[in-house]
Design a protein around this ligand. Structure first.
Ligand SMILES: [Zn+2]
Length: 321
């Protein structure tokens, strides 16, 4: 039931409720999960409400009719769910879907396809989706779900109505930045407590913020000082991966600040946030987050650790050249 998301996902709840009550549907929705643990449940609830024939007959929370049952059993012909096949979502998966959907619908007047992990679209499959989105067909609704919106093509994003879920729901409220970072860096209570106790972690966060500050003011010149600002502290793959993640969270918060959304993680560092916000526009910030994300994802593919940070800096500077 949608109601169960009312408090945790207020914005998504309102958008969905509004869409359904006005019966005014976008051709495509892009759900940005922000790692919200119940995101798939929410997506399925949304899909079910779009498809259930009782929605407009005074039973908005049906969950009971033949259609709803079939959807629960993953057996409803007008709802297709696509997951990555191996590392990628493949073009063949999408053309197959298209062929099936070109047949006349059997039940109801809508067809929905859900693409999970849309960031796993490769060049070919992304172009196929783009064609769907450019020439929407009456009654077909796409729901793209992504953990990482920055890996999607701008052209895809711009054709979707974005519903961004609140990933910090519940568990991050009223915590210090260090506690939030500890929660995001560990997956059990013992590690969490050790993370907080270890003074090195606070020190590392300070070093990353100092590095960002120096970089933001001096741009490529920071490359001359990489040893003292970076390499002395971050050497192993795990360390570097973690540090880049902190980098990403920080820039995301700068972006939040810039677009008047609540600061998620770095609430204790509002001066740093403001300073960096003044030095960037939204395009710069989005680009920086994208560069960091992409390079972090390639860490496992034998990336040269010594050159990785240099590469990131150079790529982040592209918009300034
Ligand atoms: Zn129903």
């Amino acid at each position: 039931m949608l109601e169960e998301f009312k408090d945790e996902q207020t914005i998504a709840y309102k958008i969905i409720k509004n869409t359904l009550s006005k019966q005014h549907f976008a051709h495509a929705y892009l759900i940005e999960t922000n790692n919200y643990s119940e995101s798939f449940k929410l997506v399925m609830t949304f899909a079910k409400m779009l498809l259930c024939p009782n929605y407009n007959n005074g039973q908005p929370n049906c969950n009971n009719c033949h259609q709803c049952q079939m959807i629960d059993d993953n057996n409803f012909p007008e709802l297709k769910i696509i997951n990555p096949d191996g590392n990628w979502i493949k073009k063949e998966q999408l053309t197959e879907l298209q062929e099936e959907f070109n047949k006349k619908s059997i039940i109801g007047n809508k067809k929905i396809y859900i693409i999970n992990k849309a960031e796993k679209l490769n060049n070919n499959s992304a172009n196929t989706i783009l064609k769907f989105l450019e020439e929407p067909q009456e009654g077909i609704i796409a729901i793209l779900v992504t953990d990482n919106i920055y890996q999607l093509l701008e052209t895809i994003i711009s054709r979707c109505q974005i519903i961004s879920l609140n990933g910090q729901a519940k568990f991050l409220k009223n915590k210090s930045s260090l506690e939030k970072i500890a929660l995001l860096s560990t997956d059990n209570e013992i590690d969490y407590n050790n993370f907080i106790k270890d003074e090195n972690n606070q020190e590392k966060i300070n070093i990353i913020l100092k590095f960002i500050k120096y970089y933001e003011k001096n741009h490529k010149k920071v490359l001359l000082y990489m040893n003292e600002y970076w390499f002395d502290y971050f050497q192993t793959k795990e360390n570097i991966s973690w540090a880049i993640l902190i980098f990403i969270y920080f820039y995301k918060d700068v972006l939040n600040y810039k677009i008047n959304c609540p600061i998620e993680i770095f609430n204790d560092y509002i001066d740093n946030i403001k300073e960096v916000a003044n030095l960037n526009n939204i395009i710069n910030l989005t680009n920086k987050i994208k560069v960091l994300n992409t390079n972090r994802n390639y860490l496992d593919n034998n990336a040269n650790l010594n050159l990785l940070m240099d590469k990131i800096i150079i790529e982040m500077e592209v918009n300034y050249d």
